[in-house]
Design a protein around this ligand. Structure first.
Ligand code: ATR
Length: 293
């Protein structure tokens, strides 16, 4: 095993679809940092062990993904910024006072990836958010912060959606999972924040049949990039966006925080760099797919 000064990790279950190790290790090499970033598939009862590795400095930072973004909170000392509001954590580090800090870079990632005009883009618009898991509160927070008109939230397990309304966002509308098809015609945005469509995961068992020609479909899934829903809507000339840009932006924010660097000053043309990295990650995912066949 390579021995490096620093080690970072992403934990989740499943984890084999994650492209975060390729993203982080690419920038670790670019910045000539003596570090490595590894994926770990962990069970819930193993989270404590990972946290201990952070405390005793065997690890220098962790990213947290499905299904532990909320679960991780009980192991931490403090939440900062959006992690506090959304009660969802995707980035953890040990600060100088030896306190375990939980951060949320998903809200930032969502804004950078999907919002081009902060003031106008969502103003007066209707958005349907599917899913009430760990990333949903981040999506809702980003939409609200950017002046969305109305939010409709639906989840297979309705009580989880109701809980989000009760605890965090009292003025969102809860929609029965079986009724999402019937409200789709009034939506300007449909955002998939469930794990439906994830590689080797379950698929949606319905299609949206009625929708505005101006609808935008956003899928937070990035592996595969072309989920069935992305394919379905693209064939109908609906604007679609997948989750790869969001993955990159949320990951780079973690990278900046852990390594105390500023990407904007490191890359004069950061957008171009990000496009190249997007291509690299897509090619990597395709290569892994072909190799595993
Ligand atoms: P995390 O909290 O980290 O996002 P999660 O809790 O597993 O991870 O969230 C996954 C989301 O995908 C949930 O909204 C889940 O719905 P439930 O709350 O009903 O479990 C949704 N999801 C997963 N599989 C699904 C399926 N087969 N049909 C509908 N929704 C599904």
């Amino acid at each position: 095993m390579i021995k490096t000064k620093k080690e970072f990790a992403v934990i989740g279950k499943p984890i084999s679809h994650s492209l975060s190790p390729f993203l982080h290790n690419h920038f670790i090499v670019d910045f000539e940092i003596d570090a490595i970033y590894r994926p770990y598939e962990v069970e819930e009862n193993e989270i404590k062990e990972v946290i201990n590795s952070l405390k005793n400095k065997e690890l220098n930072g962790i990213n947290v993904t499905v299904p532990y973004k909320k679960k991780i909170i009980e192991f931490l000392d403090e939440l900062e910024g959006d992690a506090k509001i959304a009660e969802s954590v995707n980035t953890v580090y040990l600060n100088k006072k030896n306190k375990l800090i939980g951060l949320n870079t998903d809200v930032y990632g969502f804004e950078k990836a999907f919002i081009s005009d902060k003031k106008k883009q969502f103003f007066g618009k209707n958005a349907l958010v599917l899913g009430a898991g760990g990333v949903s509160t981040s999506v809702i927070l980003a939409l609200k912060r950017n002046n969305i008109g109305s939010i409709y939230l639906s989840n297979r397990t309705k009580s989880k959606a109701e809980n989000i309304k009760k605890k965090y966002f009292s003025n969102i509308n809860i929609v029965e999972w079986n009724d999402v098809k019937s409200i789709s015609k009034d939506m300007d945005y449909i955002i998939n924040a469930t794990s439906l469509g994830l590689k080797n995961g379950n698929k949606f068992d319905f299609y949206f049949e009625e929708f505005k020609p101006t609808l935008s479909y956003i899928d937070l899934i990035y592996n595969p990039r072309k989920t069935e829903f992305i394919k379905y809507f693209s064939e109908k000339n609906i604007k679609t966006q997948d989750g790869l840009k969001m993955l990159i932006y949320q990951g780079l924010k973690s990278f900046e925080i852990w390594n105390n660097v500023d990407l904007n000053s490191a890359y004069p043309e950061l957008e171009k760099k990000i496009e190249a990295v997007e291509y690299l990650l897509e090619s990597t995912a395709n290569y892994i797919d072909t190799r595993n066949k």
